[in-house]
Write a protein that binds this ligand. Sequence first.
Ligand SMILES: Cc1ncc(COP(=O)(O)O)c(C=O)c1O
Length: 390
Amino acid sequence: MGKYNFDEIIPRRGTDCEKYDLLGAYFGNADAIPLWVADGDFRVPDFITAAIRKRVDHEIYAYSYRPEGYYQSIVNWQKLRHNWEVQKEMILPTEGVVLTLSALIMAFTEPGDQVVIQPPVYTPFFTCVRQTGREVVENPLKRTGDHYTFDLDDLKEKISSRTKMLILCNPHNPVGRVWTEAELLELGRICVEHNILMVSDEIHSDLVFGGYRHIPFPTLSKELADRCIVCMAPSKTFNIAGLSSSYVIIPDPAIRGQFDRFLHQLHLVNGNIIGNVALEAAYTHGSEWVDEQNDYLAENRNYLLDVLSKRMPRVRMTFTEATYLAWMDFSAYGLSEKELNHRLIHQAGIVLNKGSIYGKEGDGFFRLNFACPRSVLATALEKMAGELGR
Ligand SMILES: Cc1ncc(COP(=O)(O)O)c(C=O)c1O
């Protein structure tokens, strides 16, 4: 028994919560069990709430700045959790990873340039590129059985003189891979050879389960570190996505300077006082809590695999090495995505994310968020099994 209780059911309806309070508007079933958007149903750890309370009790929330302790907490966290020696000056705070991705695209590429992404992948990777007037180049992951790897031959074929950036998702949402050193080195080598700037979205890097280790991209080699930008945030790890607190780590001073100037043009400078306090508290006190949460999440993953094999053997789930997102192939049911989605929402009463929103490779798949108390997961799976059958 750990120190923290992840079994507690905390009502979230009526809190302007996207995951629960928009179920009716988005999916037409306000009473469904939501296993969609990627936030957790767990209580934010006490040390974060205490730090926020202390700040709130001051009763003035005027202009502030990020103190030394904010930066030091990031430096310490990266060393402790990922054995990565980050220098304070490499850190540029931002106010959300998706916002950061769009800003990076705008700062380092021109309209009409090509940006590579690796579907099935987090939907905003597509939209950030398209909405900024750049062209998406799809380098789909290769699926062998239920396992995904990079398709580097396909990548090499697709690179052109207009290809300027690659956005990597590590660990990968939705397929749950933690890319290995060998995989990352090979990918990085191709990018360096073609002068492609690597943007590595590592927002899920603290949510890695036993047997796997996250490798921050810049730790691979100095050459790769000098051509890459890492996006990070405590938001997924500590369930504080509503506080818009993220940051980039950029080892190369010239690349960093260019992005810093861009952030200043938008006056994205001081951030949100509560988000800054929360980040520092999370990274200063959060290691034990994260270990406990990861154990709980890994047990949820194992439970999910067990129920699927016993009750719904036609669903094929990719083994989730990291993230609390399960990637599941429903194609053996022989139903369209629309039909399956309708039955899950309106018959079973559960909401998952449709696989096709992550790219055409996701057709026939659904993504299930298992960051919830096990009893909620059990109820949801019971309803799913009842509706879909073996
Ligand atoms: C890979 C990835 N990047 C970014 C985000 C969201 O980041 P933010 O809420 O900071 O914009 C998510 C959320 O699911 C994600 O999975």
